[in-house]
Design a protein around this ligand. Structure first.
Ligand code: ADP
Ligand code: ASP
Ligand code: MG
Length: 443
């Protein structure tokens, strides 16, 4: 079994959907995971925001505009009057469902149902297209097998069991289509795997089906060595280890959802990042093998809050760090970076939902300082086998940028630095010049 996930741009128009249909043709069994058409989830987020604010007229106008966009897609995608009629009826069902929320109380539960419409629409329209073109396929509802538990973590055993049950219903089928991103939660309600979550769906489905490969098809030819939205002269990396890719995804490389490498790594399933616009390009292969010996890439994660706790009690005390960590554990807030000295500990979080509660508990240990709008710059590579001098090259590149924290040695794949977000563009640019452009033989 092979898993092929296509992102928003890859299914973003009738033309793109046609291209996907030709890319997925094969005699091997495959599950195709689709995102919502590009722009749709953003539009649904906006619709949900206006519904929260009871701006019903505005919400209706946004829903009508999105409906019109989809009517256009239907016009362009199908050739037969019958399929167009069928597809337009489907649109009416989904858009009337959205319109009905203007009459209702709007809470987080309704919001999640709104956000799910994008993937439900893209997969249903795509399935109609395959039917019209005589390509046999089965539409599998992700809501029947994708599930998160009470900690919002995927329920892997449930997913594996339910997916198997679903697949067994179609012993002769070779091609399955399903939705990325959407799932049910512990209460059986519609939920999702957070923005960009279709990659995570593909990896979870791959692990559940014991797939031999997971392909993530997007609008760029693989993982680049730096953020192509910010830095010029970036290039795709042919091979990454699971750990390297996981660090890059977690620390801001948008091409992959932060958690999407883990399920594939657990089952040792190679993940390939491929470009729908350039299918013959090599892309990136992520596997257990590391090519080693180099600094491979840089990524940046914004929205970080730094917390420093200064305490005389830390001096020679054991158990101090545990007490600090327990505060974060109580508020289910993960820590990304940590550095310590004899009198202080600094750490970073990206979820500041419980920041006030956390600060007031930490104040029991000492003086607490908080800085927002920080960015983690993550440099990924193999820092054990690489020649010495990696850290020098990094710091030399960042000579004129104030660095607030440095984390080196926690993992052999990662050196992380904390800077102010306003310095991010300069930091990424300087690192590109200093590491990848100036001396490519060392890069
Ligand atoms: P999809 O809709 O297919 O999931 P995304 O927009 O989520 O696509 O991810 C692809 C985008 O990620 C690229 O267009 C690129 O702008 C951005 N990106 C950010 N960092 C990187 C990186 N290091 N390598 C490749 N792409 C990156
Ligand atoms: N459609 C969702 C989003 O835009 C999930 C995804 O594209 O991966 O975030
Ligand atoms: Mg994405």
């Amino acid at each position: 079994m092979r898993i092929l996930k296509f992102g928003g741009t890859s299914v973003g128009s009738a033309e793109r959907m046609r291209a996907v249909a030709s890319l997925i043709q094969s005699d091997e069994p495959r599950i195709v995971v689709l995102s919502a058409m590009s722009g749709t989830t953003n539009a649904l987020v906006q619709i949900a925001e206006t519904l929260y604010q009871n701006k019903n007229q505005e919400a209706n106008a946004l829903i009508d505009a999105l409906h019109d966009k989809y009517k256009q897609v239907v016009e362009e995608l199908y050739t037969s009057t019958e399929k167009r009629k069928q597809a337009n009826e489907l649109l009416i069902t989904h858009f009337d469902y959205l319109r009905a929320f203007t009459q209702d109380l709007f809470t987080i539960h309704e919001e999640r149902a709104v956000l799910a419409q994008g993937e439900l629409l893209s997969t249903a329209l795509f399935q109609f297209f395959l039917e019209e073109n005589g390509i046999p396929s089965v539409l599998l509802p992700a809501l029947n097998f994708m599930k998160i538990d009470e900690n919002e973590e995927p329920d892997a055993p449930y997913i594996a069991k339910q997916l198997k049950t679903e697949l067994e219903q179609y012993p002769d089928a070779k091609l399955f289509i399903t939705q990325g991103y959407i799932c049910r939660n512990a209460f059986g309600e519609i939920d999702n795997l957070k923005r960009g979550g279709s990659d995570y769906s593909a990896s979870l489905i791959g692990a559940a089906a014991d797939a031999n490969e997971i392909q993530i098809w997007t609008d760029i030819s693989g993982m680049h060595n730096n953020d192509p939205r910010i830095v010029k002269n970036t290039y795709p990396i042919a091979e990454l280890s699971f750990d390297e890719a996981a660090e890059l995804a977690y620390f801001g490389a948008k091409i992959l959802h932060p958690s999407s490498v883990t399920p594939a790594k657990k089952k040792n399933i190679p993940v390939r990042l491929l470009n729908t616009m350039e299918p013959e390009a090599q892309g990136t292969t992520i596997s257990a093998e590391s090519t080693g010996g180099s600094i491979k890439a840089v990524a940046a994660k914004d929205g970080i809050t730094a917390i420093k706790i200064k305490s005389g009690r830390m001096l020679l005390a054991y158990g101090f760090l545990r007490s600090v960590f327990e505060v974060f554990e109580r508020y289910k807030t993960p820590i990304d970076m940590i550095t310590t000295s004899e009198v202080a500990v600094s750490l970073t979080i990206d979820n500041d939902k419980f920041l006030n509660e956390i600060i007031s508990e930490l104040e029991a240990f000492g003086q607490v300082e908080v800085d927002k709008e920080q960015t983690i710059i993550c440099v990924v590579g193999d820092f054990i086998s690489t020649r010495s001098g990696s850290a020098f090259k990094i710091f030399e590149s960042l000579e004129h940028i104030p660095v607030r924290m440095i984390s080196y040695g926690g993992s052999k794949n990662n050196i992380s630095l904390l800077i102010e977000t306003r310095d991010k563009v300069e930091a990424l640019t300087k690192l590109n010049e200093g590491i990848f452009e100036r001396n490519t033989s060392n890069a």
